[in-house]
Design a protein around this ligand. Structure first.
Ligand code: LMR
Length: 397
């Protein structure tokens, strides 16, 4: 009966996590999935989250269904956090925001919406990008192509090529953009480059879909959202998928959001209705616990402040690991350049290691990177960094 069902070779990232978990070698190191581990190699429970959870557990909490669009206080928290409280688009009710099942859920609801209302549009993702961008938009029925992005020679963005390409696209082409901490390369646009890209988007009437999953891991909550703030200021209409998986360390709670910035209040209401319809036909309504906790942290000034500090600590620890890896490898292999480790931002480094070298790291050293050579720096700590540096030096020698 199911003979015709195609074989699934597994996900390039989640498949590695399964493999890592099954690996019995005690010295194994997981540098594959984008998860922040602390200095002890543990998944942190943030203190702000703990406080909010204790508070919420004080009394029994009945668990009714949330509405299709999710928890109101959580949706408001997303809007304040991502766009800023006093944003004119927000004050004019031009932003339709729903709670989603993680950032992936936001991409899925957004992709389905776009396919229904812009059926002839084409989708463009950066070359390279997070693999699931392609899968989700193709799954929604789109044809997905790439736009030039990463230049391995210069460890920077192929900016001229990218903007020339954007200029050739017809109106309503959908661009998936990473406002900060580009996944997988760790190479971002600077503010001037964003200004230019957004200008082309406005002139050519393209549809930007900004996927922000690492807000706070680049420079700060505020600076990492530069592209979003600028797009609002320019009066653009656009999509934002956001996630609190990483910055609140709430991965399993699936705390995400989808916001659509619209030209008018009336259009925002139409869009909001269709987003709700999209949720209803897939999973009816989102789960509640993570949303209550996230809303509590963001909407309580003292907890928000504590959160900001905790994210700053995570960000700084990643930067320290980048420095240490760079210094150690530079000493071991003085003829090679490892500058990229300190140039790239956020959790990821695109190492340029070949699939064969990545495989050797896994087979011989129990060190797991994604096959593309993407390394999650947040999996390094002072106990494993020397071991990892030695292994990299060995496969590169
Ligand atoms: C990653 O890129 O590793 C994360 O976004 C986790 C995932 O779902 O792939």
């Amino acid at each position: 009966m199911f003979q015709h069902v195609a074989y699934y070779a597994g996900d390039p990232i989640l498949g590695l996590v399964d493999k890592f978990n099954a690996d019995p070698r005690p010295h194994k190191v997981n540098l594959s999935i984008g998860i922040y581990f602390d200095e002890k190699g543990k998944l942190p429970v943030l203190s702000c989250v703990r406080t909010a959870e204790i508070e919420r557990a004080r009394e029994a909490q009945p668990r009714s269904y949330l509405p299709m669009e999710g928890l109101a206080s959580y949706r408001q928290a997303i809007q304040h956090f991502v766009f800023g409280k006093n944003n004119p688009a927000l004050l004019n009710n031009r932003i339709a925001t729903i709670q989603t099942i993680g950032g992936s859920g936001a991409l899925k609801i957004g992709a389905d919406f776009l396919h229904q209302w812009f059926p002839h549009a084409k989708v463009y993702v950066s070359d390279p990008t997070w693999d699931n961008h392609k899968s989700i938009f193709e799954g929604a029925g789109f044809s997905v192509s790439t736009y030039p992005y990463y230049d391995a020679q210069t460890i920077s963005v192929k900016f001229e090529e990218m903007v020339s390409f954007f200029k050739t696209l017809p109106a309503d082409s959908i661009l998936i953009l990473h406002p900060c901490c580009h996944n997988p390369t760790g190479v971002d646009l600077n503010p001037q480059q964003w200004d230019e890209v957004l200008q082309i988007i406005q002139t050519n009437k393209l549809i930007p879909f900004m996927d922000i999953a690492y807000q706070g891991f680049g420079d700060s909550f505020e600076k990492d959202a530069y592209a979003i703030h600028k797009a609002i200021e320019m009066g653009l209409s656009f999509f934002v998928s956001n996630s609190f998986s990483k910055n609140l360390s709430l991965y399993g709670e699936r705390v995400g959001g989808l916001s659509v910035v619209c030209p008018s209040t009336e259009e925002a209401q139409l869009v909001f209705g269709q987003l709700k319809a999209g949720v209803r036909r897939i999973y009816s309504s989102p789960p509640s616990h993570g949303a209550y906790i996230t809303a509590q942290v963001i909407n309580t000034p003292a907890l928000f402040q504590e959160w900001e500090q905790e994210v700053a600590q995570m960000r700084e620890r990643i930067k320290t690991m980048r420095q240490q890896l760079y210094q150690t490898l530079k000493t071991k292999l003085p003829h090679r350049s490892f500058e990229y480790f300190i140039q790239q931002r956020g959790m990821f480094s695109y190492t340029g290691l070949t699939p064969e070298q990545v495989q050797r790291l896994q087979d011989e050293f129990a060190i797991y990177l994604v096959g593309s050579g993407r390394m999650c720096i947040a999996g390094l700590n002072t106990s494993n960094i020397e071991y990892v540096a030695n292994a990299i030096a060995e496969v590169l020698a």
